[in-house]
Design a protein around this ligand. Structure first.
Ligand SMILES: [Zn+2]
Length: 217
């Protein structure tokens, strides 16, 4: 469980240097995927929610086959997106970062994992194909098999996506958000008027709305 207060919330979402990205067409970087094998790779089902001018990814509280009542955001009809928050090491900036990708990236990582064991032992050149802001942007992955070494995940600075790239909230936190438009810990430094005047908003029962896969690569 990761909690942060209003001041600390500046460190979430806004802090871009935690994220790996290539800005424009033809940009490249050499990275390591901080995974040993496919068993380390996982996707996260999240709800994107607005808090002020920030968008937070909040982990969905139910498995795909569980009833919507398990997750207040699902129950309120908020879209679920399946994302990957991939821990990588950027060889250029010498930092560990999170690379946000859609779930379809799973298959590409699986292929790399089959070929290189452990995956972290091979530097991979990433090439961006697509101009800044272009929805059809793809990324080429070029493993540098000739530079393979015996490095392990433990040899690189640790980075955890939870708390940086997505948040884990309780059912109560979500219900609070649905009533107030903020999470309770954000609200502590704001006026208390909001909470005093807020009323229970009836939660409509709907089937979950699965968002379309927005990430192309
Ligand atoms: Zn949910």
């Amino acid at each position: 469980m990761s909690r942060f207060n209003y001041e600390q919330s500046e460190f979430y979402g806004a802090q871009k240097n935690n994220y790996f990205n290539l800005k424009d067409d033809g940009d490249t970087a050499v990275i390591r995927f901080l995974y040993n094998d496919i068993n380390d790779v996982e996707g996260v089902a999240v709800h994107e929610v607005q808090v002020g001018d920030k968008t937070l990814d909040v982990e969905c509280l139910r498995a795909y086959n569980e009833p919507v009542e398990k997750c207040p955001f699902c129950n309120a009809g908020k879209a679920v997106s399946a994302k990957m928050y991939i821990p990588i090491y950027d060889e250029t900036s010498k930092e560990s970062k999170i690379w946000k990708r859609g779930k379809t990236f799973f298959g590409r990582l699986a292929k790399l994992c089959e070929r290189y064991r452990p995956l972290v032992g091979v530097p991979v050149e990433v090439v961006r194909n697509g101009k800044a802001g272009e929805k059809t942007t793809t990324y080429e992955l070029l493993p540098q098999g000739e530079n393979k070494d015996n490095k392990q995940v433990i040899d690189f600075p640790e980075i955890k996506a939870e708390g940086i790239a997505y948040q884990v909230k309780s059912k109560e936190d979500m219900e609070y958000y649905l009533r107030n438009g903020v999470f309770s810990e954000d609200n502590q430094v704001q006026t208390r008027q909001n909470t005093q005047t807020s009323r229970e908003v009836p939660i409509r029962r709907r089937t979950p709305n699965y968002g379309s896969e927005e990430d192309s690569f």
